[in-house]
Design a protein around this ligand. Structure first.
Ligand code: PLP
Length: 428
């Protein structure tokens, strides 16, 4: 349960945003009315960067006004004065209510990328150990591993999990990963939803495989399972704590609809102890006390020690509470069902077009809120430009093989999908 934090930080300042009709989380039109998206456009790139709903905008405005009026006292009172008044702890509570697990196992970051970098830089590999990952990772995930290995040693091996949507099944994916794991595999790095194909991996079943293989391994050889979860976090029903992973990084400025420059890393209880922090924190007393007393920090690394300091855009970080409350009010299952319904309608329509090749599986089990396709005879960027000229905002993926990418979210209607399909029919 998320604590009531409408006045997080105790700011006695009014909301600054315009008035919109009361929020009824059970009514999609009312949900859509909470956003300020330009109504003349079809916004079908919702995976990218969130438009913030009214409760989040109001919370940011409230914090910003308080900072503008008295920055020293507002930060001192809400960040440093008393442990029970630290707003970041309340952000972690709101995040943990969503991920499952404990608030003290949440680290606060500014993006998926930053969280992944903190994890790979913090986990030291022995020279003979490797990270096993895939050829489907987004650049910043792959690069976070490469940079960590370049500094600390060890190696990276990348495998293909599928060539096309026809290859995607639980059995096939799990079997490919099992066949690739070696005794030297120390980290298994996966992504929940691939942003280059739209494929959603069976991350829980992969977690079951890791648990089975770890039964025969010592603690020093145990496979550490890391997930880039950003495109499942906020549009899938499964709770992070149930996936069987050790570390899970996700920006909260995409599907959670939170302020820009916010994110979380969740770790399974006990896993933070494996991490050496990369960036000094200001969210925990012990590292700073140790510095003042000229000694090493005592005890195991905790999530808060891995939350990067120094001062941040606190008006954004703290308004993340309202973003988690907003999606929880609508309901994770309702959001997951809605995302599946709208993207399902899109995939069904695209599959009927003879010149379109869909990279994303039709089955909702293997896709979430991203739909990727090729249009025969057309470069993806030209498709996107032609759609934009018709006020439809799609994207071309910046992967080695670029595709046309759509992403329907709770801000969309079935009419948006119809308009997109109508435009796609003109590429014959
Ligand atoms: C799969 C995947 N991981 C990570 C990122 C980067 O996310 P962030 O901007 O939160 O670092 C992206 C970007 O959309 C992505 O597609």
């Amino acid at each position: 349960m998320i604590a009531s934090l409408a006045n997080a930080g105790g700011a006695a300042v009014p909301a600054q945003d315009e008035t919109v009709a009361a929020f009824d989380p059970g009514d999609w039109a009312s949900v859509q009315a909470q956003f300020k998206l330009s109504p003349e456009l079809v916004h079908i790139s919702n995976f990218f960067l969130a438009s913030n709903p009214k409760p989040v905008r109001d919370a940011m405005a409230r914090h910003r006004q308080a900072f503008d009026e008295n920055p020293y006292t507002y930060l001192e009172d809400n960040m440093f004065a008393k442990p029970e008044d630290m707003v970041w702890r309340k952000v972690c509570e709101a995040a943990a209510a969503y991920t499952g697990g404990r608030a003290e196992d949440i680290a606060l970051t500014t993006s998926t990328t930053q969280g992944l970098a903190m994890v790979y830089n913090g986990l030291k590999l022995a020279p003979e150990q490797e990270i096993l990952t895939t050829s489907h990772e987004w650049y910043t995930h792959d690069e976070a591993m490469r940079l960590a290995v370049a500094k600390w040693g060890g190696s990276i091996r990348r495998i293909d999990l599928y060539q096309g949507p026809q290859d995607v099944s639980v059995e096939a994916i799990v079997a490919r990963i099992e066949a690739a794991i070696r005794p030297s595999t120390r980290i298994l790095a996966m992504t929940w939803v691939h942003s280059g194909t739209g494929v959603r991996l069976p991350v829980k079943e992969i977690g079951d495989l890791v648990a089975r293989l770890n039964r025969d391994r010592t603690e020093a050889q145990r496979i550490i399972y890391v997930i880039d979860g950003v495109h499942g976090f906020g549009c899938s029903e499964a709770q992070v704590a149930s996936l069987g992973c050790d570390f899970f990084s996700a920006g909260t400025h995409k599907w959670i609809l939170g302020p820009h420059g916010t994110g979380v890393v969740w770790a399974r209880e006990g896993q933070w102890a494996h991490i050496i922090p990369t960036i000094p924190t200001i969210m925990a007393a012990e590292p700073a006390n140790a510095w003042r007393q000229e000694r090493a920090p005592q005890g195991d690394t905790q999530a808060a020690w891995v939350s990067p300091g120094g001062f941040l855009a606190f008006e954004n970080q703290w308004a993340l509470i309202e973003a988690f409350q907003f999606v929880e009010k609508i309901g994770r299952k309702r959001i997951a069902d809605r995302v599946a319904e709208l993207n399902g309608q899109l995939k069904e329509g695209l599959a009927k077009l003879p010149n379109v090749y869909l990279h994303t599986p039709q089955a909702a089990q293997f896709s979430a809120g991203i739909v990727c396709c090729d249009v025969k005879g057309w470069a993806p960027k030209d498709v996107v430009a032609k759609l934009k000229a018709q006020n439809i905002i799609a994207s071309a993926t910046p992967y080695r093989h670029s595709t046309v990418r759509f992403s329907a979210g709770i801000v969309n209607t079935s009419q948006d999908i119809d308009k997109t399909l109508q435009a796609m029919r003109t590429f014959a």
